[in-house]
Write a protein that binds this ligand. Structure first.
Ligand code: CMC
Length: 392
């Protein structure tokens, strides 16, 4: 009973109050706790942004050091969790492994079930942010048949992740500071994005009072799809399929064709209708990384730049306000660093964990919180009487 609005895709429904992230889609502005994303990407670093998202203010030096130490000391995962990884097929997608392993963490941390205890909420937040790089790196190592690399507490967050992904036994692995900085920037640019599909999934799951690890596993599952976090993998695969700039018009025509389901991956956004500020920083970073690695003339980057130019000049994309989004350039950087495309979305999941966790914490302390329970417009049969099987 009662009046309700019908809004498939929630294009005009606000689901909560939030003081974490602000987006002005017309201006192309993204603020975390008031601070613009380009300033954070330039001057801050991922763990400082994590602190800002979780606690609302930039930390002073002592608070930052304490927070970094806490995160660093939660990076190990229980030795028994290795069994979960080993239970998957070798060729499993690392996102499938992450959904399973993160969900399984709820069985390792029973105390986290007490979501009404602020201390338990705090520990669960730290555990998730700290352990996610280890889980993503192990999912990767498992699928390529290499031994797991344990986290090292003396390394920063991004360097530790790179090492867990790329170090192999009996070989010295040194993290290049420029690559580590680029990795950190990718984490920072994906840290939070208000009520996107995966964050709304986390909030909906948590609205029933579910265990935090189970809620985050639900967020990872939602992120996986190509319309959301899976776009970075889909975008690089598309750029490779295009292959050479002369094939771009063919793909642009397909994207414009109403009868063809093909879309330009890494283009368009529900909220940004001018530009995606994250894409601007990502593009600069892509050039820096490829320059460092000596692959500025990388054919995929050439296709990406030419595709961006051609699409932006095309009236179809201008009319529909379709611009490159954050995923358009991130894949190029990750590929240049040596990640396979299947790891792109897990890296997004590592980055977004702090956003999910911050929004989860905010929701649990919101006095207006209720179980999320949308309604529907029923389009099925009206009342009818059961028909005996011999009469059908
Ligand atoms: N290529 C071609 N046409 C497009 C594209 C695209 N990438 N994106 C939207 N359109 C068209 C769409 O066909 C529709 O046309 P019409 O009005 O004639 O039916 C119009 O633009 C509006 O699209 P929509 O699907 O109604 O818009 P939405 O807000 O529901 O979808 C989106 C937003 C991001 C899912 C969509 O733009 C898309 O599928 N993009 C490609 C996938 C992608 O890059 N996703 C990453 C988003 S950013 C990171 C993240 O959120 O994870």
């Amino acid at each position: 009973a009662g009046v309700f609005t019908h809004d498939p895709g929630f294009t005009s429904t606000s689901s909560c109050d939030s003081s974490i992230t602000f987006i002005d889609g017309d201006k192309g502005e993204l603020l975390h706790r008031g601070y613009p994303i380009d300033q954070l990407a330039e001057k801050s670093h991922f763990l400082e942004v994590c602190y800002l998202l979780l606690y609302g203010e930039l930390p002073n030096a002592a608070d930052l050091e304490k927070f970094e130490t806490t995160i660093t000391h939660h990076t190990m995962i229980h030795e028994q969790m290795g069994n979960f990884f080993r239970g998957f097929r070798r060729d499993a997608h690392p996102m499938a492994v992450m959904v399973g392993v993160v969900g399984a963490m709820s069985a390792f941390y029973h105390d986290s079930t007490d979501i009404n205890d602020p201390r338990q909420r705090e520990i669960a937040s730290h555990r998730l942010i700290a352990k996610m790089p280890t889980i993503a790196a192990w999912a990767y190592k498992y699928t390529i048949g290499q031994p797991f690399v344990y986290p090292r507490n003396d390394l920063d967050y991004a360097s530790n992740f790179l090492r867990m992904c790329f170090a192999v036994p009996a070989e010295e692995y040194k993290v290049d500071p420029i690559l580590s900085r680029a990795m950190d920037r990718i984490f920072t640019l994906h840290a939070d994005h208000e009520q996107n599909a995966s964050t709304s999934t986390v909030r909906l799951a948590s609205s029933s009072g579910a265990n935090p690890f189970a809620c985050i596993a639900a967020g990872i599952a939602c992120l996986w799809g190509p319309a959301h976090g899976g776009a970075n993998q889909a975008c690089l695969e598309m750029l490779k399929e295009i292959g050479t700039p002369d094939r771009i018009p063919e793909f642009i025509d397909r994207a414009k064709d109403k009868n063809d389901p093909f879309r330009l991956m890494g283009f368009g956004h529900r909220v940004y209708k001018n530009h995606d500020p994250r894409a601007t920083v990502m593009k600069t970073s892509a050039h820096e990384v490829l320059d460092l690695l000596g692959v500025e003339d990388n054919p995929i980057l050439q296709v990406a730049m030419e595709l961006e130019k051609t699409a932006l000049e095309d009236p179809y994309f201008a009319e529909k306000k379709l611009f490159p989004n954050v995923d358009f350039y991130s894949g190029i950087i990750l590929e240049a660093m040596g990640f396979p495309t299947s790891m792109f979305t897990p890296i997004f999941a590592v980055s977004r964990t702090v956003g999910w966790v911050s929004q989860w914490k905010e929701q649990l302390t919101d006095p207006a919180m209720k179980i999320g329970r949308p309604r529907q417009l029923y389009t099925g049969e009206t009342h009818r009487d059961y028909v005996e099987i011999e009469d059908r």
